[in-house]
Design a protein around this ligand. Structure first.
Ligand code: ZN
Ligand code: ZN
Length: 344
């Protein structure tokens, strides 16, 4: 039984681990899963090759990845520039920035877990280009690249894709990580994330996958049951600094983690996946170690982790599961995707 509080060094907050509560009865809402098998092309999908989007623009007949400006941007150059100044202590600014969509594959019914290593490497190169291109712009302080996957995180279109929000401010989590990483470097001469990797190595129980250049693990301080970090072993402020060999290692590690997720319950595994990269605000960020964070919202096949009093009201997470146990479940899964097995 794990019942304790663990310090999250990147977010500077406590996580309550109360694993003895995980089997308490639940009579509430459960998540239904769509078991429909989609075809690889759908005529009214706004992401499939050659289709017309709601803006009237037509998608390219793309064969690997495809990047376009979001037709419904939350930040964009069209946002109003002349704003009314609010009274008192309130502040506002123009929602300028750039929002983009990246399709991973022309195949509608594929997922990132099912892509080949070369295809994932190609996607990484697109992420590198986007980070550099958007980050170079004067007004862009940070480039947030993320994938929302599954209906429980609000995605109605299963076509495999991620989004990019290049903003004129730095997202809160990244701002905190950048600050604590910098402070740690100044105070100890060491990279904070390297110390996390060292601690994970020394323990070993939470490591899901490891190769020459990359690693995937459930962190000691995980807030979600199946939370996994995937990162290069060498410190880079962003994915842009990684060489081809490192990209390959990262692609292999990420694929194995996602395949294991799928195999866990033999169903599409919902998650929010975010690249944590240094801000592009002109500072050096030498202590920042690029990593991918994956936050799956389910703690059982049809049971959501609800954010409630502690998380929304108090701002700290309460986890009902022990990271060591969840890591063990993932470790024991096959590295071959269940859909691949069904096909063979
Ligand atoms: Zn599609
Ligand atoms: Zn992070």
């Amino acid at each position: 039984m794990t019942w304790e509080e663990r310090w999250h060094p990147l977010r500077e907050e406590w996580v309550i681990i109360a694993a003895h509560r995980q089997d308490r009865p639940w009579n509430g809402f459960t998540v239904e899963h769509e078991r429909i098998n989609f075809p690889d092309y759908i005529a009214d999908c706004y992401l499939c090759p050659g289709n017309e989007r709601i803006s009237g623009k037509q998608n390219k007949f793309y064969s690997s990845t495809f990047v376009f400006d979001n037709d419904h941007p939350c930040v964009g150059p069209q946002a109003p520039q002349e704003l009314q100044t609010p009274k008192g202590i309130y502040r506002n600014q123009s929602a300028t920035g750039i929002a983009r969509v990246v399709c991973y594959s022309p195949l509608h019914n594929f997922t990132l877990a099912q892509l080949g290593i070369c295809e994932i490497e190609q996607l990484f190169r697109v992420w590198q280009q986007q980070y550099v291109e958007l980050g170079k712009r004067e007004e862009i302080q940070h480039v947030l690249i993320f994938e929302n996957k599954g209906e429980v995180v609000g995605v109605s279109n299963p076509h495999p894709h991620c989004q990019i929000y290049a903003t004129n401010f730095i997202f809160k989590t990244i701002e905190t990580e950048a600050r604590v990483s910098q402070e740690h470097l100044e105070q100890t001469g060491r990279i904070l994330f390297q110390e996390i990797l060292e601690a994970e190595h020394n323990d070993g129980r939470r490591i899901i996958v490891e190769n020459e250049t990359a690693i995937g693990f459930v962190p000691y301080f995980a807030r979600y049951a199946y939370e996994v970090y995937v990162s290069p072993k060498k410190t880079h402020a962003s994915i842009a600094g990684m060489n081809p060999e490192e990209l390959r290692g990262l692609a292999e590690a990420l694929k194995i983690v996602l395949v294991k997720f799928g195999n866990l319950w033999k169903m599409p595994f919902p998650y929010v996946m975010t690249l944590h990269q240094a801000p592009t605000d002109g500072q050096k960020h030498e202590g920042f170690h690029f990593h991918i964070e994956i936050h799956p919202p389910l703690r059982r096949p049809n049971l959501l982790k609800y954010l409630a009093g502690p998380e929304i009201g108090g701002g700290n997470f309460l986890s009902d599961t022990a990271p060591e146990e969840k890591a063990q479940e993932l470790r024991s899964q096959s590295c071959i995707h269940y859909k691949q097995v069904e096909k063979d």
